[in-house]
Write a protein that binds this ligand. Structure first.
Ligand SMILES: [Fe+2]
Ligand SMILES: [Fe+2]
Length: 147
């Protein structure tokens, strides 16, 4: 597989794992406003998967299957998610996974890519910053921004 396709696959996998993370915890969130927002972020990840898969296809590569990777970047987060309950627990679990996703997307901004793919990755990366920002704001966590 070409280097670009390999890198895109890595991002798709990351987004698939992110969707899985949301699926594990959204049911724990009893605050309807927060739940709606998290469902919107879950849809951002779905859109990331669709957009990246479309680019893969346009490069003549077969996009990867949409299955969570239990040995991937978010695996430690998956384990934590199992034991979390309530809105705060859900947010804590998502915070750690979204920080990983945001960091990888941040690094991806500097990968060698054709300009139109670079633009897309930057947009996705900005979405990821926003996901972390919102979750941390909800948690009242005061921490150094990732960027
Ligand atoms: Fe994403
Ligand atoms: Fe995210």
């Amino acid at each position: 597989m070409k280097e670009i396709a390999k890198n895109l696959s890595l991002l798709i996998q990351l987004d698939v794992d992110a969707v899985y993370s949301y699926d594990q915890v959204i049911k724990e969130v009893d605050d309807p406003v927060i739940r709606d927002q998290l469902n919107m972020y879950r849809r951002d990840h779905m859109r990331h998967i669709d957009e990246l898969s479309r680019i893969m296809a346009s490069l003549g590569e077969t996009p990867i299957k949409r299955m969570p990777d239990f040995k991937g970047f978010l695996t430690p987060g998956f384990m934590t998610l199992l034991n979390l309950t309530g809105t705060e627990g859900a947010l804590r679990g998502l915070e750690s996974n979204e920080k990983v996703a945001s960091k990888i997307y941040h690094d991806a901004r500097s990968w060698y890519m054709p300009p139109e793919i670079k633009d897309l990755i930057e947009k996705h990366s900005n979405d990821e910053y926003e996901h972390v920002r919102y979750i941390q704001e909800r948690l009242g966590v005061i921490s150094t921004p990732i960027r």
